[in-house]
Every structure is written in structure tokens, then in C-alpha cells.
Write a protein that binds this ligand. Structure first.
Ligand code: NAP
Length: 350
């Protein structure tokens, strides 16, 4: 049954630009009346939001691959929702859609705004709503194109991935295994390391909180690292640089260890290893691959269906939890893809 259009819309707006880790004072909670959508537009009830490390970058002023969120604006966030009201030909009432919904309970779009928000129908037969925010969503697309297009793994290669138990990392490691590589994860804590080895089939995992990464790389990558998928940057990137194989490829996907820095970003000291090993390091932004998402979704959903790919989501309940939930990414408290369930009365996994 489709829920009635709510009267009011709870939202989180950006109140000020954070210094270091975001605090509650950086957010303004607002409640707005819900207005009907314009002719040709639609209204979407947010079911679940994707909480992403990139959101920290969007809170900063300055040039990046996307404009910053303006002060006073609803915080940008991807999500999945159900169409509540619509005169848009592509999105009838009841349709499940994914796109940029913002941190709010109800998102209202004109036809042009729906296109700008990247709204697209999703097929609930291919995966659950949390999986559509994970392996079939932006993190899965990042893993797929970052690993395959930029990392170009060959069977027998040693692939190392940091943030191994997180959203992007879990799919990178499993996909590399599927492609015939030896996979070594790097993650914080025993539980995460045990999970990626025991449940996801990684060959090994280095707990960077328990001891030196260098020793772990020496033990588990005796022939060097052919592909490093970097989610964290900082000291761990330097340690992997010191252990490259000839013609290694380093995928610069993210640098979460640096996102809350109050000083300049720490760059790699060991970059001359690229010269010695004729290696390359290349950045990637997932949105460059938008046109090819259907190909990746078809392949990854096939692996989910035949059991070769597993997924784990960490679901926090309630939009009011947003500020604290977001910060879990930066303390490592999330275990799996971090999802904020906004509509508590609609099951996400049926
Ligand atoms: P995630 O891995 O699910 O969550 C973040 C994880 O980062 C935490 O669970 C924590 O895991 C780890 N972490 C936090 N602080 C750290 C530190 N100081 N040192 C080492 N690890 C730290 O997040 P995700 O959504 O998959 O994103 C992973 C990376 O990919 C981020 O850097 C993100 O910005 C990037 N990304 C890039 C693109 C792109 O288009 N380039 C797209 C999506 C995501 P531990 O417990 O293991 O420390």
C-alpha cells in the first residue's frame, strides 16, 4: 500500500562549514510544509539514504568535482524512495526510484530537477533497497569501474584494497577474486578482517589498528602489489607504495584518513616508487561512468544472484540520527555500507 502524502517534511540543512569532524552545530534541523509537485513533476518519499564519506567534502567551500552544498541548503544525499504523487510520465505513483533525494523525508521535483537529481527507476527483483545503495548503487559502481577500468587486474595479480569491509572495499575485493586475483584487504579491527576473509573469501586481511601495515604487506604480498585500490590515503598509501610490483596500478578512489584534516592533506612520501616500478597512480570519479552503469548492474546483480557476491549493510534508523550516523564513517564505527533508514514503516529488505 502506498503511504499518504505527509503534511510536513523533516530536513537537515547545512548551517555552517565544519572545521575537522562535523558537529551537531554544523546542521540545522528544519520542518517544512509539503507542497504539491509542479505539473510534470513528482514527489518522492525517502525510504533510505546512502551516507557517504564524500558528503564531508561537499560541506567544504572550494573547487572539486561537484559544487559544494550551499549554506542553508538541504544536505545532498543519494537515496531510494517511493513515488507518492506524480504527473511525470516515467515515474508513476508507487514506483521505486533512486537518485539525489537530499537528507529529507519528502523530495519534490519538477521534470528538469528530476533529471538533474539523476532519478531512475530501480528493479526490486535484482536486490534489496540497501543493496541498491551498496553493490548495485554508487559504491558498487565505484568498485566496478575503479577496479576493472582503472586497476585493470589480470588473473594471478595481487590486489590490495583498503577500507576492505566498507561499501566500496567489500565489492572491490570480491570482484577481484571473481576475476582470478589474489586479494589482500586492509581494515580496522579483528572483526572486520575476519569477516572479509571468512565470509567474503579474501585471501588475507591486515588489521592496520593492530600492528604495522608494512609487516602485513611483506607477509601477504611476497611478490609485491600489482593493484592497490586506495580508499584511505595517508600513511597506508605510503606503506603500499613501498611494496609495489613492476607496472603496478594504484587506483585513487578516496582518502578518508584526510577528510577531517585541519591541516594540509598529507601526500605520499614514497611516490618515487612509481618511477622505480614503472607504476601509475590514477584518480577516478564514479559519475564519469554513468552511461555504463547498466552494464555493471547487470554483471553485479548476476553475481549476487548466483551467490558469488555478498553484501553487508549497516542500517541506522531514523532521520534524526543523521549527524551522528554520518560521523560513524570517520571513526570506523560502520561495518558495511552505511544506510540511514528514513521511513520506519516500510521494510527495506522484502
Ligand atoms: P566505507 O568504507 O563504507 O566507510 C568508511 C571507512 O573508512 C570506515 O568504516 C573505516 O573503516 C575507514 N576509515 C575511516 N577513517 C580512517 C582512517 N583514518 N584510516 C583508515 N581507514 C579509515 O566508505 P565507502 O563509502 O566505501 O567509501 C570508501 C572510500 O571511497 C572513501 O574514501 C570515499 O570517499 C571513496 N569513494 C570515492 C568515490 C569516487 O568516485 N572516487 C565514490 C565512492 C566512494 P576501518 O574500520 O577499516 O578503519
Amino acid at each position: 500500500m502506498i503511504a499518504a502524502v505527509p503534511q510536513s517534511n523533516r530536513q537537515f540543512r547545512l548551517a555552517r562549514r565544519p572545521v575537522g569532524m562535523p558537529t551537531h552545530d554544523d546542521w540545522q534541523q528544519a520542518v517544512e510544509p509539503v507542497q504539491p509537485p509542479p505539473p510534470g513533476g513528482l514527489q518522492v518519499r525517502t525510504l533510505a539514504l546512502s551516507l557517504d564519506p564524500a558528503m564531508r567534502g561537499w560541506m567544504n567551500e572550494g573547487k572539486s568535482y561537484i559544487a559544494p552544498v550551499g549554506l542553508g541548503e538541504v544536505m545532498r544525499a543519494g537515496g531510494v524512495g517511493r513515488v507518492l504523487a506524480s504527473s511525470h510520465a516515467s515515474f508513476p505513483v508507487g514506483t521505486l526510484v533512486a537518485g539525489v533525494l537530499g537528507v529529507q523525508e519528502v523530495a519534490t521535483f519538477s521534470a528538469a530537477e528530476a533529471a538533474k537529481a539523476g532519478l531512475a527507476r530501480i528493479d526490486a527483483r535484482l536486490g534489496t533497497i540497501p543493496q541498491w545503495l551498496n553493490v548495485l548503487g554508487m559504491p558498487g559502481m565505484t568498485a566496478y569501474f575503479g577496479l576493472l577500468d582503472v586497476g585493470q587486474p589480470q588473473p594471478g595479480d595481487t590486489v590490495v584494497v583498503s577500507g576492505a569491509a566498507g561499501a566500496v572495499g567489500q565489492t572491490v575485493g570480491q570482484l577481484a577474486r571473481i576475476k582470478g586475483c589474489r586479494v589482500v584487504g586492509i581494515a580496522g579491527g579483528r572483526a572486520k578482517c575476519d569477516w572479509v576473509v571468512d565470509e567474503l573469501g579474501f585471501d588475507a586481511c591486515i588489521d592496520y589498528k593492530a600492528g604495522p601495515v608494512r609487516a602485513g604487506l611483506k607477509e601477504h604480498c611476497p611478490r609485491g602489489v600489482d593493484v592497490y585500490f586506495d580508499n584511505v590515503g595517508g600513511d597506508i598509501l605510503d606503506e603500499v607504495l613501498a611494496r609495489l610490483a613492476m607496472r603496478a596500478r594504484i587506483v585513487i578512489c578516496g582518502a578518508i584518513s584526510q577528510y577531517n584534516n585541519t591541516e594540509a592533506v598529507k601526500g605520499p612520501r614514497n611516490y618515487l616508487s612509481l618511477l622505480v616500478h614503472r607504476a601509475r597512480m590514477q584518480g577516478m570519479v564514479v559519475f564519469d561512468y554513468n552511461d555504463r552503469f547498466p552494464q555493471a548492474i547487470a554483471e553485479l546483480s548476476g553475481y549476487l544472484r548466483d551467490g558469488r557476491l555478498k553484501s553487508r549493510e549497516d542500517i541506522v534508523q531514523g532521520i534524526e540520527q543523521f549527524p551522528d550516523a554520518l560521523n560513524r564513517l570517520f571513526t570506523g564505527a560502520n561495518f558495511g555500507k552505511l544506510v540511514l533508514q528514513v521511513a520506519k514503516d516500510e521494510a527495506l529488505t522484502t
